[in-house]
Ligand binder design. Structure first.
Ligand code: ATP
Length: 604
């Protein structure tokens, strides 16, 4: 049922896109994506709820408290705006909002700064709300809340764009349009997706398409560029060395230490222009002036236009030891004075994406690695290439994994070296497999969950939250579904910090898009904002939790057993949390491995 609604929404959206004039296309796409600029430019498209409430009260001549009262029942400020807008009477007819005018206003909001910036923002929003027709007001408010909820995500946008450009390009022969439309659309969508992973700026991509580029020219032009972050390649989890060997049967592969720090994509444009981006494509240049200095000192004199993929790790220089990830998190993020950095780091580069302004993502890892090794000079405790070794039997791999763990690494990354060994931006690729040291402890990988509710602590935990309801993200329905109640793994310090952070995210009621069973009755609800890494023993069908409900049983979801908090993931937002579909995959994988175990036991 859900799928049908979604397909229907996408179909309508596809049709809408082809009717937009070229000038409307970029605003339409940005508005659908609930953005005003490419992610890596870090432009915040939303505003706080307090500001929206105040503006609505001014625009609709209502008191804030009466709007808040409505909110208790309706739970959606957008719908309240729509209701208010229905009742509003204006003396003079107001000009109709156009997609471009709305987008320009929304885009102007983040740039309003200075002493009375809040007032200026309210003025812009008020103007929009007063001119808005009923449904428009709903979506303007939801846009500002960063909760558009129209069932169209970035994958659907690409699908719709591909469709729009097939139907509007005159050189496409009619027979292809008729017979091969579906196939052609899929191909175009894949090409668009790949362009967007390499150059995550939809505006530049649409601009090129509007200028008449076909998809092949687009793929050539819209490729990695120093200065613009690339969606990083990701790894598939495995249950251990044996699974790696099964998967990489007859394939040449390499094993690298998996360092436990922060991913850093370093863009070396020239000596005076070096940028660092996080796994999430956010700018980290200010956070790591020491990394910038290391790159400046160690890079080859003639280098230009390079993108280096690496891990920044906290390092104890005296004892020549890698320090745990938690130590790295104690570093300041802004205004870091290079002279006063207490937590020192060592940089571990492991890949090269661009070299001399030329993308090398299609080259195999062996070549990329050679180019990387010729780019930077190593220096102990400062810059060291990810330690690697080539082997193909379980004993050697077990020993190497043991070495990695003894050297305070998280495990191994095992990567194809020659065939099928290109750099695949944004893909969780089967060509990169991760073996974590704790795979023996239960689930092969940790999960990233969103705290959506809390229980007040008792006894030793009074004054903070003692337990939390954690949720997965259902990307199909855009809902958060509960997967466990977690109360272990937290230090006292963690609990205090999380209490402070979450108190800023308290909401009066459960959001309508949280799917929660009546059997859970937490004390406080939180906005879906933070992401926590959690480890669990295993997964089981649960009558209490709603993650993947209906997949195996109409009344049961999947729940995590014995969940343990590991850390706050500051590099992910709530919609990048583990999805309910991934939970199904984990559940099935576990079933397969248990079945194998049972088979083995039966035989023995
Ligand atoms: P996921 O997106 O799978 O949840 P994650 O961000 O939780 O990933 P991990 O699953 O732990 O990260 O593994 C991938 C990460 O490991 C990379 O993003 C990178 O930061 C880190 N890493 C450390 N050493 C290496 C290496 N040698 N090669 C690639 N990545 C490495």
């Amino acid at each position: 049922m859900m799928k049908t609604i979604k397909n229907h929404q996408i179909r309508i959206y596809k049709l809408l896109l082809i009717y937009y004039s070229p000038n409307d296309l970029i605003p339409a796409v940005y508005i659908t994506l609930n953005k005003v600029a490419a992610d890596y430019l870090n432009v915040e498209a939303g505003v706080g709820e307090a500001l929206i409430l105040k503006t609505m009260s001014e625009a609709y001549s209502r008191t804030e408290s009466s709007i808040k009262q409505d909110l208790q029942q309706i739970e959606d400020l957008g719908i309240i705006a729509e209701n208010c807008s229905c009742k509003m009477r204006t003396i003079f007819p107001l000009p109709r909002l156009t997609i471009q005018s709305v987008f320009n206003e929304l885009k102007s909001i983040p740039n309003l700064s200075g002493s009375n910036s809040q007032q200026k923002k309210r003025e812009v929003i008020k103007k929009l709300l007063i001119s808005a027709k009923t449904g428009e007001a709903k979506y303007i408010v939801r846009f500002l809340q960063q909760r558009l909820r129209i069932g169209v995500n970035s994958a659907s946008v690409l699908q719709a764009l591909a469709y729009a450009f097939i139907l509007t390009r005159p050189e496409i022969p009619k027979d292809i349009l008729e017979k091969g439309k579906k196939m052609n659309e899929e191909l175009k969508r894949e090409k668009l997706r790949s362009a967007l992973c390499e150059l995550p700026n939809i505006e530049l991509i649409i601009q090129n398409l509007l200028n008449g580029d076909d998809m092949n020219t687009l793929n050539k032009k819209c490729t990695v560029k120093p200065g613009i972050p690339v969606q990083p390649m990701l790894a598939k989890p495995t249950k251990g060395v044996q699974e790696v060997l099964d998967r990489f049967n007859n394939v040449t592969f390499t094993c690298e230490y998996k360092y436990d720090g922060e991913r850093a994509q370093i863009h070396y444009i020239d000596k005076d222009n070096i940028k660092i981006f996080s796994r999430n494509l956010e700018t980290m240049t200010e956070k790591y002036p020491d990394v910038i200095q290391i790159v400046k000192d160690q890079i080859n004199e003639n280098a230009t236009g390079c993108i280096i993929d690496s891990e920044v790790v906290a390092y104890d220089i005296e004892n020549k030891k890698i320090l745990p990830f938690q130590v790295l998190t104690t570093r300041k993020r802004k205004d870091v004075d290079i002279e006063n950095i207490k937590v020192k780091i060592c940089l571990f580069p492991f890949d090269l994406i661009c070299c001399n302004n030329v993308s090398i993502i299609k080259e195999p890892l062996e070549i990329r690695r050679k180019l990387l090794y010729s780019l930077l000079k190593c220096k102990e405790g400062v810059l060291v290439y990810a330690i690697h070794s080539e082997m193909n039997n379980i004993e050697d791999m077990d020993t190497f994994l043991q070495d990695a763990i003894e050297n305070n690494c998280e495990g191994l990354m095992v990567k194809t070296l020659l065939e099928n060994a290109s750099y695949e931006p944004s893909r969780r690729s089967l060509n990169w497999l991760k073996v974590k040291k704790d795979y023996v402890e239960g689930l092969s990988d940790s999960v990233d969950l969103v705290p959506i509710a809390g229980y007040y602590g008792k006894g030793k935990r009074s004054g903070v939250y003692g337990a939390f309801v954690l949720a997965t993200y259902n990307s199909e329905t855009e809902n958060f579904q509960t997967v466990c109640k977690a109360g272990t793994g937290f230090s006292d310090e963690n609990l205090n910090t999380l209490y402070e952070l979450l108190n800023d995210k308290i909401i009066p009621n459960k959001k309508s898009y949280y799917e929660v069973s009546d059997k859970l009755n937490p004390d406080v609800w939180f906005d879906a904002h933070y992401v926590w890494e959690v480890k669990a023993a295993d997964l089981s069908l649960s009558p209490v939790h709603t993650a993947a409900i209906g997949v195996y049983d109409d009344d049961k979801g999947i729940g995590l057993r014995f969940p343990r908090f590991l850390r706050l993931r500051e590099d992910k937002n709530a919609e990048q949390a583990t999805t309910s579909q991934q939970i199904v995959d984990f559940y099935e994988a576990q079933f397969t491995s248990n079945k194998n175990k049972n088979d083995y036991n039966d035989e023995s």
